[in-house]
Design a protein around this ligand. Structure first.
Ligand code: BDR
Ligand code: CA
Length: 320
């Protein structure tokens, strides 16, 4: 089993990534941290707790982290994810509360307590991760690798130049790419190629409360994507990054130099990826996802969601 810590800002696609992680025997989720991003920190933390409750895994500790980016004010994505951050699905309130530690301290403690190096999966703005790197360098040495959803070689979704997670906190992202750690960037170039449609959500119906809740999330997310984009469905961005941790065959990655634009111009938050090896200076600092087995990813996600055992009290309350 691969031990993972998941930093996220749920978010329907974060929630689906969490469910994929919890429904996958290849992974051992040893903690979840929340960051402000898709919604404010109180909402993303509550949503993480609600998803764990749904999955019957309220034993997994959740810690809340940064309320705002390192620089500037928070901008949330209510247009995509709704006012709660997890609109479209009615999850009961969680029985567990967040632990009292800040996410950066919680992550450090979990890393240091682990007997083996841990994979850190970052599915939101990179504020918590940057604070961890700054405050806990010793714990950072226990990170096996960082797999992050964010950025792109060729496109943007928050602006024409920049992807949401990186645009929200470019200074944090720059620190992560410059950390010298093993970083994998799973960006829009691949996530936008693997979309789900209403028929996929329909296929989850009747397969138990977790699958039903997942179908509700997918349907809500599709409402936004069908209006805002022409991808032909909803990309489940964060679940692609999560899947890569235990199904590396699904993505093609190349070792490349990634720099984050932290200027205040129109390219703020852009991940500048040296695909053609134009710079003779700095060495590659990331594995960059450039292609995806879209059918393989969709099958994996939908199979694991359909197979999820409805063990939790919350899940059974949803069916009653
Ligand atoms: C990323 O931004 C968020 O809205 C999603 O949860 C995902 O992490 C996609 O750009
Ligand atoms: Ca996210």
């Amino acid at each position: 089993m691969i031990p993972v810590l998941i930093d996220c800002d749920p978010g329907q696609d974060d929630a689906l990534a969490l469910l994929l992680a919890l429904g996958s025997p290849e992974l051992d989720v040893i903690g979840v941290t929340a960051v402000a991003g898709n919604q404010t920190l109180d909402k993303t933390t509550l949503n993480a707790l609600r998803v764990l409750e749904l999955a019957g895994r309220s034993d997994i500790p959740v810690a809340a982290g940064a309320e705002r980016p390192l620089v500037g004010e928070l901008v949330v994505a209510a247009d995509a994810h709704g006012e709660t951050g997890l609109d479209g699905v009615n999850l009961p309130p969680p029985s567990a509360r967040a632990v009292p530690e800040h996410a950066k301290d919680f992550l450090a403690a979990r890393l240091e307590a682990s007997e083996v190096p841990v994979t850190l999966v970052a599915l939101g703005p990179l504020t918590n991760v940057a604070l961890l790197l700054e405050d806990h360098p010793r714990a950072t040495a226990r990170i096996e690798r960082i797999v992050l959803m964010g950025g792109a070689v060729n496109e943007g979704n928050q602006t024409p130049s920049a992807e949401f997670n990186i645009w929200i906190d470019p200074e944090a992202a720059a620190r992560v790419f410059e950390s010298g750690l093993d970083v994998t960037m799973v960006g829009l170039d691949v996530t936008n190629k693997a979309v789900l449609a209403n028929a996929d959500a329909d296929g989850l119906r009747g397969a138990g409360p977790v699958a039903e809740a997942a179908a509700d999330m997918i349907d809500f997310y599709l409402g936004f994507y069908n209006e805002a984009y022409d991808h032909g469905g909803a990309p489940i961005h964060d679940a692609v990054a999560l899947a890569h941790v235990f199904r590396s065959d699904l993505l093609t990655v190349e070792s490349r130099r990634v720099d984050v634009d932290t200027s205040d111009g129109i390219c703020r938050g852009r991940t500048v990826v040296d695909m053609r090896l134009r710079t003779s200076g700095p060495e590659p600092n990331a594995h960059v996802a450039v292609d995806i087995d879209a059918d393989g990813f969709r099958s994996l996600l939908l199979e694991r969601l359909r197979a999820f055992s409805p063990t939790s009290r919350a899940a059974s309350r949803l069916t009653s």
